[in-house]
Ligand binder design. Structure first.
Ligand code: FPP
Length: 245
């Protein structure tokens, strides 16, 4: 029985980095006649379950799209509610996350956040900076196009200052100037709620990510659904533009 040895050797690796577009909180609430913010509140329970499941599945990086640069256009009460949930999440979960080896990072436009939220996030990043079991990146006031433009500007400034030649600009150099520098690109991007688009999330980094769209609304998404997505990922063949032969 030599086959198991061979298939074990060839078993596709699980994703190192999973990125999730947590969509459908509003529809979850609407279906129950509840205000949208109660959908977001329920969504926090899913965040907790998914972080725990990532540790169990030995995922090294999890990036969650919590608030896009476009979400500021939502009604003031909804934005305020979401920010309050963020405060609650960090205050309530930080010790537990820290004890469980979770490193917290934030990507997005910090200048738009309230000073107290900024402080909470900076403190959380500092407290957990040496943890390596799971890196949890929260995309907040984040837009992929803005992130790429900011990286281009930084490189253009170096060119203008005579410190960089245009010919020296490579994909690796651009990636090193993104906010995600040091974090591997996501192997798997999951979006819940049946919508099938990226909505300005990790546009550069997801060039070769596998995309999995799940019909469930975010508050209904579970650890089992995450494990199912990982299994589907492991059944896929990643070719990175090659023929796969
Ligand atoms: C999309 O659902 C969800 C959001 C815009 C917010 C997601 C935020 C959380 C789950 C809570 C905060 C997160 C962390 C990491 C602490 P939607 O409102 O667009 O739903 P809809 O498409 O059904 O209207």
């Amino acid at each position: 029985m030599s086959q198991p040895v061979v298939s074990q050797a060839l078993a596709p690796s699980p994703p190192r980095h999973i990125a999730i577009i947590m969509d459908g909180n509003g529809r979850w609430a609407k279906a129950r006649g509840l205000p949208r913010n109660l959908g977001h509140r329920q969504g926090i329970d899913t965040v907790r379950d998914v972080v725990r499941a990532c540790r169990t599945l030995r995922i090294e990086y999890l990036t969650l799209y919590a608030f896009s640069s476009e979400n500021w256009k939502r009604p003031e009460t909804e934005v305020a509610g979401l920010m309050e949930l963020l405060r609650l999440f960090i205050r309530r979960e930080l010790d537990d996350l820290w004890r469980n080896g979770v490193r917290i990072r934030m990507i997005g436009d910090r200048s738009k956040l309230a000073p107290d939220i900024m402080q909470l996030i900076t403190d959380a990043e500092h407290k957990t900076r040496d943890n390596r079991t799971l890196t949890l990146t929260i995309a907040l006031s984040y837009g992929g196009q803005d992130e790429i433009v900011a990286a281009c500007r930084r490189l253009a400034e170096q060119v203008a200052a005579g410190k960089l030649q245009p010919a020296e600009i490579t994909p690796d150099l651009l990636a090193a100037n993104l906010e995600t520098a040091g974090i591997p690109d996501p192997d798997l991007v999951i979006r819940t709620s049946g919508e099938q688009r990226l909505s300005n999330f990790l546009l550069w980094q997801s060039a070769y990510s596998e995309l999995i769209f799940v019909d469930k609304l975010w508050p209904d998404f579970s650890a089992q659904d995450l494990a199912g997505a990982v299994e589907e990922f492991q059944r896929r063949e990643r070719r990175y533009g090659g023929s796969g032969e």
